[in-house]
Design a protein around this ligand. Structure first.
Ligand SMILES: [Zn+2]
Length: 61
């Protein structure tokens, strides 16, 4: 059921930006972190910190 929610987000992009890999919300392009050569954007500092602590959990989708 989580997949259905995610699809809904992708069907209606707001800014054409990447989604937050942690929570799936549209990301704020001002909050980014580079992991293994790839730059990820997040909706908030909280999600950025969460990613920083568990990068494998969120980058291997
Ligand atoms: Zn988030």
């Amino acid at each position: 059921m989580f997949r259905n929610l995610f699809k809904k987000f992708q069907a209606a992009p707001t800014q054409g930006a990447d989604n937050d890999p942690v929570c799936g919300m549209p990301a704020n392009s001002a909050i980014t972190l580079t992991h293994e050569g790839k730059t990820y954007a997040f909706c908030s500092e909280d999600c950025k910190q969460e990613f920083a602590q568990h990068p494998e959990k969120y980058s291997s989708k």
